[in-house]
Design a protein around this ligand. Structure first.
Ligand SMILES: [Zn+2]
Length: 397
């Protein structure tokens, strides 16, 4: 407990919104001692149990609808090689990414052009843009892994290991920034950098993808709140941020089972309506009750299964799993986390004593219950389990 004197009410009162600069934000949710990285896997049970922790105070800006972790300390998060965020091993995720790339190519003319991916991760999105649209790709990320790039497209791809900042001076006909902005505390500064990249190329398109926090507020989805995510957007607050840095939001929609915001913007164009502020404030007002109810319901389920002597595993060694397992006291009874990504297997989830195993371990584990960490993968997971001749009870967040 590094900061026992932290006071949520006082710190919210003096907080400055990192999106619009308003002072005095509304406290929403406070959690202490959560793992500072939920995508970093560690090799021993002891290292997982001793994983560094931080505190979170989510505060809402009633002027723009943006939510930030007021107690976020960027020095605690290390986005290095060990960071395993890739979802490219899932057919369902690749189906989403492929449809998105095809839409960028067909509807937005990103063919035989130059695509910049800010926070490109392992580069799989750029690979699709190169393969399907004959594009050239540039990616920048502190955790690039060139050895994982398909050699067939490697000569059309430039991957830069590093952070996108004032010195980067990169641009493209498409500037994509997917699942990155929610990791950035100073979002207004970062949005300015993206706007600069857009202005350096005539008629460039910016595509931003972040989780939708309105759904998190509505559902009390505590598993979607974790330390690396210091910034939380709704379509409206993302639109307002993009407008504030001089861009025109031309599309703000939900996708991937309404979990993600798909934001499109240009330097000039026909703007879409940017609403939802009252809706965010209303949902935020209910959030404390909603999240307490969600936590109580899942804890009761796990306790019930444990009392019946059932073997429970979670499927998906993701950030959601880390939040789920570290929030629920009854989660100590979970036997293992199953994941199809071989880079995660045989390691431990940060802050837990739960080991990640491949699906091939399931027959030996013989689980009675499989809790699916993301409902979008339910069909894919059910098919894999049935193919193994197993018939556990399936539940999903
Ligand atoms: Zn604000």
């Amino acid at each position: 407990m590094p900061f026992p004197d932290r006071d949520a009410a006082r710190d919210a009162q003096t907080a400055v919104c990192q999106a619009c600069g308003a002072i005095g934000l509304l406290p929403l949710h406070e959690v202490r001692n959560i793992p500072v990285s939920s995508c970093v896997l560690v090799t021993t049970r002891q290292a997982a149990a001793e994983f560094p922790v931080g505190d979170m105070l989510l505060v809402l800006c009633e002027a723009c609808g943006f939510i930030q972790n007021q107690w976020f300390d960027p020095a605690l998060v290390d986005y290095s090689q060990a960071y395993e965020e890739s979802q490219a091993h899932s057919p369902r995720f690749m189906e989403f990414a492929t449809a998105l790339v095809d839409r960028l190519i067909v509807d937005h003319g990103i063919r035989a052009k130059r695509a910049l991916d800010v926070g490109c991760g392992k580069g799989s999105f750029l690979e699709l843009l190169v393969e399907r649209g004959d594009n050239e790709g540039i990616g920048i990320d502190p955790a690039i892994a060139p050895e994982r790039i398909d050699p067939e497209v490697a000569n059309c791809l430039e991957l830069i290991r590093g952070y996108f900042d004032e010195t980067s001076m990169l641009t493209g006909d498409l500037i994509a920034c997917r699942h990155t902005l929610e990791h950035i505390p100073t979002v207004e500064r970062f949005a300015r950098l993206l706007a600069g990249a857009v202005r350096r190329t005539d008629d460039a398109l910016l595509y931003v993808e972040v989780p939708d926090s309105l759904r998190i507020l509505d559902e009390g989805a505590f598993w979607d709140i974790y330390y690396e995510h210091c910034s939380y957007f709704t379509p409206g607050s993302l639109g307002r941020l993009l407008s504030s840095v001089g861009l025109t939001p031309t599309g703000l929609e939900l996708g991937f089972l309404d979990q993600y915001i798909l934001g499109f913007a240009r330097a000039a164009g026909t703007p879409v309506a940017v609403g939802d502020l009252q809706r965010i404030i209303a949902a935020a007002g209910r959030f404390t009750d909603t999240v307490e109810a969600t936590i109580a319901a899942w804890d009761a389920k796990l306790l019930g299964w444990a009392a019946e002597g059932k073997t429970v595993v979670v499927w998906g060694a993701s950030s959601k799993a880390v939040s789920f397992l570290t929030t629920l006291p009854a989660a100590a009874s979970v036997e293992a986390a199953i994941d199809i990504n071989p880079y995660k297997q045989n390691q431990y989830l940060a802050g837990t004593t739960v080991q990640v195993l491949g699906p091939a371990s399931l027959p030996d584990l013989a689980p009675d219950v499989v809790v699916v960490m993301n409902p979008i993968y339910l069909d894919e997971i059910r098919a894999a389990i049935v193919a193994m001749g197993l018939s556990p009870h399936l539940d999903a967040l």
